[in-house]
Structures are given as C-alpha cells and as structure tokens.
Design a protein around this ligand. Structure first.
Ligand code: PSU
Ligand code: MN
Length: 306
C-alpha cells in the first residue's frame, strides 16, 4: 500500500487486504448527493450488509475533516447522510478537501482514486457518470470516464441513466480503451431499465470470467479500469420510455433553473425521485444492492486467482 499522509484505512479493511480477502469499495456521493435521508443511510448500510453476506469486507470511502477514510463507521455514514454542504469530490476536488480539512463525498472518479491508493481492485456503485446530452456544445463529460481510462479499479454499476447520451458514453469508453462488460445480458443497461437500445459491447455470464479479464489486464501491464454493468432486477425495473420521459422533464427543469457543472447530476437525480413519487428511489436502492452481491462475487473470484 502506498504511504499516504491523508489516508486512514479502517483496521478491518487493512487486515482483509493483508490476508488476501475480498474487499469491495463503495462510494459516498450516492449517500450525500444521490439519495434523500434516511433512505441514503439505509441503502449504504444494506449494501455493506450484502457485501458481508457474500463473504466480502465493505470499504465505504469518503473524506471527513480532510482525512481520506477507507471504511466508515455507522456514525460517519450518518454524518455524511445528514450534513449540509458536504462537497462532491471528484479528481479535481481531492487535493482541495484534504488541504482545507473539510468533509467530502467521493464520486466514482474520487472513489476509484482512493481505492487504488488503498490497494482495492473492485468498487460497487449505482450508476456511473458519462457523456451528457448536448456535450458537443457544453463539453460536459464526467470525470468518471477519465478515471476509468487511467486508474486500475473495476467499477460495478447498473449502467448509466438516459440523462446521459448513452451511445456517446460507450463510444468515449471505447476510445479510452476501457473494457465494458454486461453481466448476463446482450444489452447495455440504462440504470432504471435493463434495456437502453444499445447492444452490450461484451457479455459475460460468470464472475470468474470477469475476474480473468481483470487479472489479464493487470498481467499485460495495462493501466486503467473496467466497467462492469449489471441490469436492474426485473421486479424493480422502470420501462425505458417511461423513465426517459421523466428524465427529459427533469433536464428541462434544470435548464430553466440555470443549474450548471457538477450541480446538474445531483439536481436531476433529485427531480427524478420527486417526479416518480419515490419509485425511482426504490429502483435505485434495488440495483445498488444487486450490484453489491455481484461485485463481491467478482472480488472473491479475483482473490481466488491470486
Ligand atoms: N449517477 C447516478 N447516481 C449518482 C451519480 C451518478 O445515477 O449518485 C453520482 C456518482 O457519484 C457519479 C457522479 O460519479 O454522480 C457523476 O457526477 P458528474 O456527472 O458531475 O461527473
Ligand atoms: Mn459534469
């Protein structure tokens, strides 16, 4: 593990890594900016429980008072879930929150950076950022995609929302050399719905197969992550056309309100929850929990190879 004066790795996580046990990183922007209280706390704890249920050790990542924490206590999760003004921490923000000694919730990009610092290979979340609709004009492309190009962590998610331009996101990942695997489906999933209209770039049906690609990339000495996407469980799926209409309305509202930059994703996520009266929130919870199980199976398969 790299020596890092800002990093606090929880003893359970450190011991699991030393013993070669499966450790799964979890992000915190979903807690502070992605879901309302108290569903955010319930979900964060439930996904940690799912990781444990499958024999893994969860490591939720965030910045508390400028310290980069790998593995949070229940009180720390509760704090992030309730506190106002917790910053959203992507790559550009990490040196700022540590220097200023403030709180920060890490995005996919931020969490990947910290997971790599701690020596964690697999990271589970809900959805990943991507190329925004209209990015040709706005240049709004999530730093998550840049991170996948350069940081050696596998991100397990449920695809990306149609708030993004999904075909452009897949093109961008291809250009960046990021393997995109769909677990058990021929179609790339769109978060709330199992279908997106985009074919799966690569389908795999077992955690062992996926672990072999992660291990293979490492052996080749190639930098960068992998994106593993898991379709939402069928019982909680919202049909693509139905949720797409709602997302378009949420996007129109964000434009009317003049929301820009890193504020767009949290604003739109909140509006989607409001407009669906919580159905989107239940779907979000369900897919994160499912990803927790699959991600732990991948981490376990990876440990068995070592
Ligand atoms: N998409 C979701 N839920 C989320 C996010 C994205 O469905 O919570 C969060 C993640 O933390 C992701 C970040 O890394 O938003 C991307 O933000 P931006 O588009 O500003 O890069
Ligand atoms: Mn952006």
């Amino acid at each position: 593990m790299e020596r890092n004066v800002y990093l606090d790795v929880a003893s359970e996580v450190r011991e699991a890594l030393r013993a070669g046990k499966p450790v799964v990183a979890l992000e915190s922007t979903i807690i502070s900016h992605g879901m309302p209280y108290p569903v955010n706390v319930e979900t964060a704890l439930a996904v940690e429980a799912n990781v444990r249920k499958r024999g893994g050790v969860p490591a939720t990542i965030a910045v508390i008072g400028g310290r980069i924490k790998v593995g949070l206590t229940r009180d720390e999760i509760e704090h992030l879930a309730r506190a106002k003004g917790v910053r959203k921490v992507s790559r550009r923000d990490l040196p700022v929150v540590t220097a200023l000694e403030v709180d920060g919730a890490t995005t996919v990009a931020g969490t990947m950076i910290v997971a790599q610092m701690a020596g964690i290979s697999v990271f589970v979340t809900g959805g990943v950022g991507g190329v925004h609709r209209g990015a040709g004009e706005s240049f709004d492309i999530s730093a998550d995609l840049e991170e996948l190009k350069q940081t050696d962590v596998t991100v397990v998610c449920a695809g990306c929302k149609s708030l993004l331009d999904i075909p452009a996101t897949l093109e961008y990942l291809e250009t960046g050399g990021v393997p995109v695997i769909v677990f058990g489906s021929d179609e790339f999933p769109a978060f709330y719905s199992a279908s997106s209209g985009c074919a799966s770039p690569l389908r795999m049906d077992t955690p062992e197969e996926i672990a072999s690609v992660i291990a293979g990339k490492k052996k080749l000495g190639m930098k960068g992550g992998l994106l593993v996407t898991c379709p939402i469980p069928a019982e909680d799926e919202i049909p693509f056309d139905e949720i797409d209409r709602i997302i378009r309305r949420a996007l129109a509202l964000s434009a009317e309100e003049g929301i820009t930059g890193s504020g767009i994703t949290p604003y739109v996520l909140q509006k989607i929850v409001d407009l669906t009266e919580g159905r989107a929130l239940r779907a979000n919870q369900s897919l994160v929990l499912n990803n927790g199980l699959i991600g732990t199976d991948i981490a376990t398969a990876l440990c068995r190879r070592a």
